[in-house]
Design a binder for this molecule. Structure first.
Ligand SMILES: [Zn+2]
Length: 272
């Protein structure tokens, strides 16, 4: 789409990755606490700017440079020296790496822009689920809405009516089949284990994943979810010394891996 010299494109992607990462950290802090996305406390004049979560001091632009501010201040607030959670720089770093990965396989295409736009939401969901064991509806819903725009774009840019029908049926089938499959699986495991197993937030996320990936990716996506779930569960239960672990991070990471596979040209059921 855009024809930029590689160095400029690369720098722009890193920049966007860090800025979106900073947005992701704002969501990670705000959404579980029911704070509006855009304002700081109720003071209108502080809208958009961020404050230290400990001393409440409004942060200056120099304190808001993604990743670097945290590194320069060795993980502490510059004003009250309260430690700042490692989650925030980690989320910024992950966001940046994820965006770079998309750029590496998709280049600066329109498809890449849609995926880059949903990444901060996925990063936020990833960390929020780790902290609260919940996937907030609003973030899942917005990921789905961006997915709808993405599908609309694919339909618009389809070279023929046949291709258009193909895309539409794949994505719509993905949406319903993923949701039904996981809902059914959840019911069965709950019945067998005699306790609720899969959170309903996970089912909603599967609907969104189905919309983004289409039905042909189901087997690959399910296998990835299983592998990531087991690996993540092992780490999580060790670190937090608990028997339960959130499934969100595994299904989010799997979705991202599928984005990369799709971008690298993997297609199933003869569709591409
Ligand atoms: Zn502070």
């Amino acid at each position: 789409m855009l024809d930029l010299p590689p160095f400029i494109a690369f720098s722009a992607v890193i920049f966007v990755g860090l800025v979106f990462g900073s947005f992701a950290t704002a969501l990670i802090y705000r959404v579980p606490r029911n704070i509006s996305w855009w304002s700081v406390s109720s003071r209108k004049q502080d809208a958009v700017r961020s404050a230290c979560t400990h001393c409440g001091k409004n942060l200056k632009p120099i304190d808001l440079i993604p990743l670097f501010s945290w590194l320069f201040n060795v993980g502490k607030c510059r004003y009250c020296h309260a430690p700042i959670s490692l989650t925030y720089p980690l989320a910024e770093f992950m966001n940046c790496m994820a965006v770079l990965g998309v750029y590496a396989v998709y280049g600066l295409s329109y498809e890449a822009l849609f995926i880059m736009a949903v990444i901060p939401l996925l990063v936020a969901l990833f960390f929020i689920d780790i902290e609260t064991m919940r996937l907030p509806d609003q973030l899942v819903l917005i990921s789905g809405i961006i997915g709808l725009f993405y599908v609309a774009f694919l339909l618009y840019s389809a070279p023929s009516i046949h291709e258009m029908k193909m895309v539409l049926s794949m994505k719509a089938a993905g949406f319903f089949v993923y949701g039904a499959l996981i809902w059914g699986l959840g019911k069965i495991t709950s019945f067998v284990l005699k306790k609720p197993s899969l959170g309903f937030g996970d089912v909603k996320f599967y609907l969104v994943a189905g919309l983004w990936l289409g039905i042909d990716f189901i087997p690959v996506y399910m296998i990835l979810c299983g592998i990531c779930g087991i690996v993540f569960g092992l780490f999580y239960t060790r670190i937090y010394k608990t028997k339960f672990f959130p499934f969100g991070p595994a299904i989010i990471l799997s979705l991202y891996i599928c984005f990369i596979l799709q971008g690298a040209g993997f297609h199933f059921l003869g569709y591409n």
